[in-house]
Design a protein around this ligand. Structure first.
Ligand code: ADP
Ligand code: MG
Length: 214
């Protein structure tokens, strides 16, 4: 199991249990637990997490990926940008087919952060080949900070973008997470915390004015 998790190359370890659903009330906890049963992998369905930064897309994708590793599935996690760079390199070096086949043998491929960088025509074609090959053969979890309506911004080629969306969405569970950023929540709390502390300090509370570094 440890080998599988290491091989998958997750950026961090996260769990569904560690996800605060109260913070993201738009997200159905039951539905997410159902995903955790990994039926979607058995059915070769995809899962798409779309929404702005910090809402937990990568967290959820990693958590599901780790569950899949624990269930002995073959899993890989990759940033969209890195995936596109790898595919472009394989094309140049003449081993694209082998690389695509490698990906298509996975039970679950997690593609994170599609949309942070624009996708040129050649990259779009390569991504299309990959998605087509994985289609109904394995599952993909994809995260993006753009809704499909805005994929025109990411892809310069609209026809390929539409074909990619078509295959991705055909057997897929879509989650639009439109809540607040968890990262920001932490910061706001920190700021409020230090503001409260400053107020307490000036009132001569615990850690008052004569404390060093107050
Ligand atoms: P995104 O991929 O949507 O930009 P991340 O999944 O990277 O966001 O989340 C940013 C950080 O906040 C991560 O450390 C993640 O674990 C944490 N986080 C986000 N949402 C939640 C949540 N609802 N409960 C607990 N931690 C969360
Ligand atoms: Mg992310």
């Amino acid at each position: 199991m440890k080998t599988k998790i290491a091989k998958a190359r997750f950026p961090f370890i996260k769990t569904l249990e560690g996800f605060d659903f109260n913070f993201q009330p738009g997200l159905n906890q039951k539905e997410m637990s159902r995903l955790g049963s990994l039926e979607f992998i058995e059915n070769k369905e995809n899962v798409l997490f779309l929404g702005p930064p910090g809402v937990g897309k990568t967290h959820l994708a990693v958590a599901l990926g780790i569950k899949a590793c624990m269930a002995k599935y073959r899993v890989a996690f990759i940033l969209a940008q890195k995936l596109l760079e790898e595919l472009t390199l394989s094309l140049k070096e003449g081993n694209l087919t082998a690389r695509l086949l490698g990906y298509s043998r996975l039970d679950l491929l997690v593609i994170d952060e599609l949309g942070y960088m624009p996708v040129n025509k050649e990259q779009a074609n390569l991504l299309f080949q990959l998605i087509s090959l994985c289609y109904e053969r394995g599952s993909i979890i994809l995260t993006s900070n753009y809704n499909f309506d805005d994929w025109g911004v990411i892809f310069s080629d609209q026809v390929v973008a539409a074909a990619i969306i078509d295959r991705l969405v055909h057997h897929a569970r879509l989650f639009y997470i439109n809540g607040a950023s968890f990262r920001l929540k932490g910061k706001l709390k920190e700021n409020r915390g230090s503001a409260e502390k400053r107020q307490a300090d000036t009132k001569g509370g615990i850690g008052g004015q004569d404390q060093p570094g107050g």
